[in-house]
Design a protein around this ligand. Sequence first.
Ligand code: ATP
Ligand code: MG
Ligand code: MG
Length: 383
Amino acid sequence: PATLGVLGGGQLGRMFVHAAQALGYETVVLDPDRASPAGRIAHHFIQADYRDANALRELAARAHAITTEFENVPAEALAELARTRAVAPPATCVAIAQDRIREKAHFARCAAASGVAPAPHAVIESEADLAAVPGALLPGILKSARLGYDGKGQARVATRAELAAAWRQMGGVACVLEQLLPLALECSVIVARGADGSVVSLPVQRNLHRGGILAVTEVFEQNLPTALVQQAQAATKNIVNELGYVGVLCVEYFVLQDGRLVVNEMAPRPHNSGHYTVDACDLSQFDLQVRTLAGLPLPAPRQHSAAIMLNLLGELWFDAAGAPRQPPWAPVLALPGARLHLYGKAQARPGRKMGHLTVIGPDAASVRQQALRAAALLGIEAW
Ligand code: ATP
Ligand code: MG
Ligand code: MG
């Protein structure tokens, strides 16, 4: 195909466009926001709602193959496009990933083979479900089944009374209550699966979240015990194969204090925790997305540098008194191995993902030293 299309114009779409353009593809982006990060750099931009039938027809007319970068793109829009065009990931897989109830059911099915189960949980869709919740799930986290991200649509609840209040506060929508688990650390695995069923995996990323948002990702030898790395990669391959998925998929895991691996959730697209691959691997997660979409070969990606990624959130664009500022880029860019990526968003808001900084280097100790320097310069808390 000569033109690749993307539903969604956020930063993930922007980095997909970079990778597609590097291979000589034309790109077309559909997004409601005229100033979207991907829309402003694609060859063609269609400004429309994701459900706009005319806009979807125009996208299909311009693009030979279409992907998505946005987790909550209507699965029906993908299904509609798939009637006339190659679409990856498949609408059926996206629909499962968009619904925590179906997602957890898929993980529970896969657990028989992989030994990696989701957190103990219960589905809450009615007052009767609420009353039937086993006490062992408390304290827990109530999560809306749909549309949550960056910890939004979630409430920590310690008692039945808090649970009932939180569920009503969420408007009584379909939810999952998960047991609050004693986490030692969090990690994620990105895999790419081609239409021919071949699967390649990226290294296991170790992730630090703050306030429900990814803050730091570290990827280097020995960032995790070898046995855990193998178990997480095998479980992720099993999940993607059982879905019959095509494209790039990320699975998030918890490692519990007793060493057990628990599967949290999946994203049917490249993932924030995989941004380091642009600078530290010979094939990035966006290169893999292009290749799976265009039916190109999928050799195993290789990480050539140790890497630490720092998310650059909107609060860095304000000083202590709350006045707008530019973060001090010059001293950060002077650090060896520092690679700055900004998404071209005009408006900074606290918690908004404005860019990321990847520090690459020969080994864990040197990237850690430079990443901590960068954090100190930017006002990001050390970890
Ligand atoms: P994302 O932006 O990654 O899609 P999300 O809003 O879908 O996030 P989750 O990944 O479900 O939310 O949870 C956000 C964070 O909350 C997790 O990364 C983890 O730090 C914490 N968390 C979630 N579920 C649990 C749990 N059952 N026990 C302990 N901590 C949890
Ligand atoms: Mg999520
Ligand atoms: Mg998550």
